[in-house]
Design a binder for this molecule. Structure first.
Ligand SMILES: [Mg+2]
Length: 179
């Protein structure tokens, strides 16, 4: 079982999946240029896009049947949701016939509101019945490590999620569940 996946993997949004604070760096209206993938523009042409490795990580998790969640404490929840509905995730690498997918469809559940992320994870647990020990969370801010008091495995990603940071989180989760 060395390669077992957690049942649920959650990601923060700002500076974890994209390089901005949605509540301070972005202003409405948001728009997408045609069907351009991994790019949404705001009123001032500021770009919202996922970090480079994020789309393929999301495809992998969908393919492996992992429950994927977004957990953000932004106070600009509606703009975050709008960005995720407009942002197109490119097709899976090597999938010639694949079409881009709205980023929001890559997440099974979104918990987006201010406050301690322990509340976000309690909601996830209530909705899914998945135990906290089966949850892995990626976030760029150390204060959110408090979710470990519930039993969630926390992986700090100061520079956001990339393939290497993702593997590091998985290794840590597996190390804790190796018995
Ligand atoms: Mg963040």
């Amino acid at each position: 079982m060395a390669n077992r996946m957690p049942k649920l993997i959650a990601f923060d949004l700002d500076y974890t999946l994209w390089d901005l604070w949605i509540d301070t760096h972005v202003s409405e209206p948001l728009r997408r240029d045609g069907n351009k993938t991994n790019q949404v523009l705001d009123r001032c042409n500021n770009e919202i896009c996922f970090y480079q490795d994020v789309p393929q990580i999301l495809h992998r998790l969908r393919g492996e049947g992992v429950f994927v969640a977004a957990c953000s404490r932004t106070c600009a929840a509606s703009m975050a949701r709008r960005a995720l509905s407009l942002l197109l995730v490119p097709a899976k690498d090597g999938d010639e016939r694949g079409a881009p997918v709205a980023a929001e469809k890559m997440f099974d559940q979104m918990e987006i509101y201010p406050g301690s992320k322990k509340a976000h994870f309690r909601k996830l647990h209530e909705a899914t019945g998945i135990s906290y020990s089966e949850m892995l969370f990626f976030d760029d801010e150390i204060r959110n490590k408090e979710v470990e008091s519930l039993g969630v495995t926390f992986c700090l990603v100061p520079d956001g999620v990339d393939a290497q940071a993702f593997e590091k989180g998985l290794r840590e989760w597996r190390r804790r569940h190796s018995e």
